[in-house]
Ligand binder design. Structure first.
Ligand code: DP6
Length: 313
């Protein structure tokens, strides 16, 4: 019997960057994200004689996937599994493929092995595998914060259907992974303590902005969180500079659009792609503007989607 699960990547508007010095991959900062539609990780599971993982058609030996299974097996009876996972979007290029991948994997295992975990429990296991994956268990607007550090849904996608234009400026995998980058920032950025100290207030204000569907407030908070995180990254030793000239050119173009009254704001993860979040009214204009920025290879325009699901068909 094959089990098939799907999950979508999410984009953090309030960023997670840094970990607490405890077990369980607990973030040092709360985060708030939107789960996307259209971009999908599809994971198929079968019981087999031994574990194997195929990602986008290639057999992989990924310690994070092996660790995820080992943690689950500490608590549950799970047979050897053949895992085949495919993303319909570039892997490891700042588009959170690990988030959707682990959310789909945990969801598939939960169903395949009849573990009967709640979504909160699945989110906790997804977080242990990759912090951002905790959020892809849920759709729409999602928070990940203390005290329990499992994700929780904040607002349904349909209630505030913002759009996201992704400007892809480089399709190659990023040079330094988030896990390694965070540790470097924690050990070396002089701004890291301030980043962590301010994060709770930033998160709570963003929660309010989402609850009130206050675009201007969310725009200001999201851009500030993104730039603070990149200031921490760039002030790490050796520096983590994920941007390229096209990344900066996109920010400039978005600022020009904001100056003419368009409802749009930017965010950037640990990679060079720029995500422009806008209201549906301005989607076409923002897409065209970013497609015309020098160095932008292509754009993807997506909406907000659902949490991880089992595909029974
Ligand atoms: C910049 O979730 O990939 O995208 O927990 O070490 O796997 P690990 O890190 P990961 O980091 C995401 C970093 C970010 C911000 C965010 O998604 O909140």
């Amino acid at each position: 019997m094959t089990t098939l699960a799907k999950a979508h990547p999410n984009i953090a508007l309030i960023k997670y960057w840094g970990k607490q010095h405890t077990a369980g991959n607990i973030p040092a900062t709360p985060s708030l994200s939107i789960t996307l539609d259209t971009l999908t990780s599809t994971t198929r599971l079968n019981t087999a004689a031994q574990d194997s993982f195929t990602l986008n058609g290639s057999l992989v030996d990924d310690p994070k996937i092996a660790a995820c299974l080992a943690i689950l097996r500490e608590q549950y009876e799970i047979p050897p599994l053949v895992v085949v996972s495919d993303n319909n979007f570039p892997t490891a290029a700042g588009l959170a493929s690990s988030a959707s991948g682990f959310a789909a994997l945990i969801t598939a295992i939960n169903h395949h092995c009849s573990l009967e975990m709640s979504q909160a429990q699945q989110s906790a296991f997804a977080r242990e595998a990759s912090g951002s994956a905790a959020r892809s268990i849920f759709g729409g607007y999602v928070g990940l914060s203390q005290p329990d550090w499992v994700a929780k849904p904040l607002l349904d996608a349909e209630l505030w259907p913002l759009r996201v234009v992704i400007a892809i400026t480089d399709e190659r995998p990023k040079s330094v992974s988030s896990t390694v980058g965070m540790q470097r920032s924690q050990e070396s950025s002089p701004f890291y303590p301030t980043w962590v100290a301010d994060s709770e207030a930033d998160y709570l204000q963003a929660e309010t902005a989402v609850a009130q569907q206050d675009f201007a407030a969310l725009a200001q908070l999201a851009q500030a969180s993104c730039l603070k995180m990149h200031a921490v990254m760039q002030s790490s030793q050796p520096p983590l500079i994920y941007w390229n000239p096209a990344t900066l050119a996109c920010l400039e173009r978005i600022r020009e659009m904001q100056d003419t009254g368009l409802e749009v704001f930017f965010t950037i993860a640990a990679g060079p792609q720029v995500k422009a979040v806008c209201t549906a009214e301005f989607e076409a204009e923002v897409t065209q503007a970013l497609a015309n920025v020098a160095g932008v290879r292509r754009t993807l325009t997506v909406g907000l989607g659902t949490g991880a699901t089992i595909d029974d068909t």
